[in-house]
Write a new protein. Structure first.
Lengths: 367, 255
């Protein structure tokens, strides 16, 4: 059994009609419950639930405080390479975008690590474009040797790998795996992933499971909001997270809500996902999965991020660069997507303290 | 009469143990720890900055307290053992609270793996306090493996639901001859008092203090509640009855 079977059960449901069929009374019933079923989660994503966002927010805030306390984990992305063999309509690193590509050398990796470590950050996520040649497991292992001296938790957000490859990375210090399905609609998926290994929907969908089997401590899933109807996308994302949580109990499961941002190329989001929609998606997931991590990246604006802090978020990226080499050389090459919140680690820490949160920079230890 | 709790050769006057997670800031945590009058504090090694950064959590823990590092994050015995050794290596003493959680949905402890880790670490000279799901047989195995005290959960961690496992914990209190420290689930001072009235040797409280509107005052309340519950227990609680015993309907004929 893989999540694909669950996905097949739900993918062709008449979502539009079903969401329209939810009433305010249904929402009120769900808000009374302590443990939510998949059906309850669906109810919270409906248009009817939009009238209950404040109630949902209160509950989400309370649950998050209860399970995670008054804390917020901070982390940073580190881009290693922007070589990519895929052609994807929405991504700046796409093979057909012409710009000088780059992969960090070990001394550059070290320089980036020093800059990030000096910012006081101890948890990082490594990113790269998909290229067996440029971001091979051997290259990543070399990078990890350098990075382990500086960081206490290292995650990866790279091309999907086989279980054995994840096992190798785990042994070399990687403890978390982030892989976004991008879109839980096979047709749209095939359309936007024009060429390259990423075209394989099923292989990508099963990636978090391979990571869990390889021993990863945490998994992080998400859909690129804007690719398809957001209520349906959020619903399936939540089902995916719940499936992983139930099947791999020893693994921490987190959810992200990456919203499409402007980037090089002509592709624009198909669906406009408003702030209100984003908030509803986040709150619904928190109520459905009270112990799941919820991540918030610097894609969103400072104003919105400030408001989202008490709504169930448990991890935030800060002062991020989405450019290869971007920390030690602030004005080089091309970013994967535009950052909206460029506040410094120090500024974010102060803001969190003001809001009654303890900024946590270290919450794991390589053992 | 002096009422002292001895664990691992250490004599404790105060029966409230406290945790360090979930506080809004370290300074406030330090004040709450002081206000609790507690002598034992648990801290997750995963949160400790090995490089001794000025923002490190250890800096704000009152120096007189006994550190009880915990193995939070361990998913099996092997990981718990490694974390415990790291804690000792970085100078956090030889007390260890074993926390092995292989369930991220409810965060319930894994008794079997916990027992394994207890045995290994007790043999290495640690004072081992395993956190566990209340179960008499598992507790006996942990004791045989060398546990210095047993820490059953009152309710799932962070749930603030009180002593939901009351019957199981009562049996452990009655049958075990190592100290029983009720850990997790205690949401209110009255529930801490309840555990103490049952005869628990101590309680460990974290979430209820850390996430209170005023953690310092809440820490004081827990201190008092634990003391009250203990005195209540020592004084011999009167028998509980739901009816008055005005007459003896079955034996009245005996005159």
């Amino acid at each position: 059994m893989s999540f694909y079977e669950k996905f097949e059960e739900v993918k062709d449901l008449p979502f539009e009609d079903m969401f329209q069929g939810v009433t305010g009374l249904d929402v009120e019933r769900v808000l009374q419950k302590e443990r939510l079923s998949e059906q309850d989660y669906f109810v919270l994503l409906s248009p009817a639930a939009e009238n209950y966002l404040e109630e949902m927010a209160q509950k989400a805030h309370m649950l998050t405080k209860q399970h995670f306390g008054n804390t917020m984990q901070l982390y940073l992305p580190l881009y290693l390479s922007d070589y990519c063999v895929n052609i994807c309509k929405y991504c700046s690193f796409s093979l057909n975008n012409d710009f000088p590509r780059r992969r960090l050398t070990m001394s550059e990796v070290e320089r980036e690590a020093q800059v990030i470590a000096n910012m006081g950050i101890k948890h990082i996520i490594l990113l790269s474009g998909e290229s067996k040649q440029h971001s091979s497991v051997d290259y990543l292992k070399e990078c990890l040797q350098v990075l382990r001296k500086y960081f206490s938790s290292i995650g990866v957000e790279i091309q999907p790998l086989d279980q054995g490859e994840y096992e190798e990375l785990f042994e070399h210090g990687v403890d978390g795996l982030t892989v976004y399905q991008e879109v839980y609609n096979e047709e749209i998926y095939r359309d936007i992933h024009v060429a390259g290994p990423k075209k394989n929907f099923r292989y990508r969908l099963d990636t978090p499971e391979r990571g869990a089997k390889a021993g990863m401590r945490s998994l992080n899933v998400g859909a690129l909001l804007g690719m398809d109807e957001w209520r349906k996308e959020s619903y399936i994302t939540g089902l995916h997270a719940s499936y992983l949580q139930n099947k791999y109990l020893e693994t921490e499961v987190g959810v992200s809500f990456p919203r499409m941002q402007p980037h090089a190329g002509s592709f624009q989001p198909k669906v406009n996902v408003t702030d209100k929609n984003l908030v509803q998606a986040m709150l619904a997931v928190r109520l459905f999965l009270p112990r799941a991590g919820v991540n918030l990246s610097t894609r969103e604006t400072p104003e919105l991020r400030n408001h989202l802090i008490p709504l169930g978020v448990t991890k935030m990226s800060v002062e991020s660069s989405t450019v290869v080499g971007g920390y030690s050389e602030p004005d080089v090459t091309q970013s994967q997507f535009e950052i909206s919140d460029d506040r410094t680690v120090k500024e974010m820490k102060e803001l969190l303290k003001e809001k009654g949160y303890q900024p946590v920079v270290k919450d794991w230890q390589f053992i | 009469m002096k009422d002292v709790l001895t664990i691992g050769g250490k004599e404790l006057q105060n029966r409230l143990f406290v945790g360090t997670g979930k506080f809004a800031d370290h300074k406030n945590m330090g004040e709450a720890l002081t206000a609790s009058n507690s002598e034992v504090v648990t801290v997750a090694l995963r949160r400790v900055d090995m490089e001794g950064n000025e923002e490190d959590i250890l800096n704000d823990i009152p120096k007189h307290m006994t550190l009880m590092p915990n193995t939070s994050g361990a998913r099996n015995a092997e990981e718990a053992v490694r974390i415990a050794r790291l804690a000792k290596a970085c100078g956090m003493g030889n007390w260890i609270k074993i926390e092995v959680i292989s369930d991220h949905k409810y965060l319930l402890p894994d008794n079997e793996e916990t027992t394994k880790a207890t045995e290994i670490l007790a043999n290495e000279g640690f004072v081992v306090l395993p956190y566990m799901s209340p179960d008499l047989m598992a507790a006996k195995r942990m004791k045989d493996a060398g546990a210095a005290a047993i820490m059953p959960l009152g309710a799932p961690i962070g749930s603030n639901k009180g002593i939901r496992m009351k019957e199981m914990i009562q049996i452990m209190i009655d049958e075990m001859d190592v100290p029983i420290v009720v850990d997790a689930g205690i949401g209110k001072p009255s529930e801490a008092a309840e555990a103490m009235e049952m005869g628990a040797d101590a309680v460990l409280v974290n979430t209820a203090i850390a996430t209170a509107a005023n953690p310092v005052e809440m820490a004081k309340a827990f201190d008092l509640a634990v003391k009250a519950g203990r005195i209540g227990y020592l004084s011999g609680l009167g028998p509980v009855s739901t009816k008055a015993h005005a007459s003896s309907p079955l034996t009245g004929f005996l005159g």
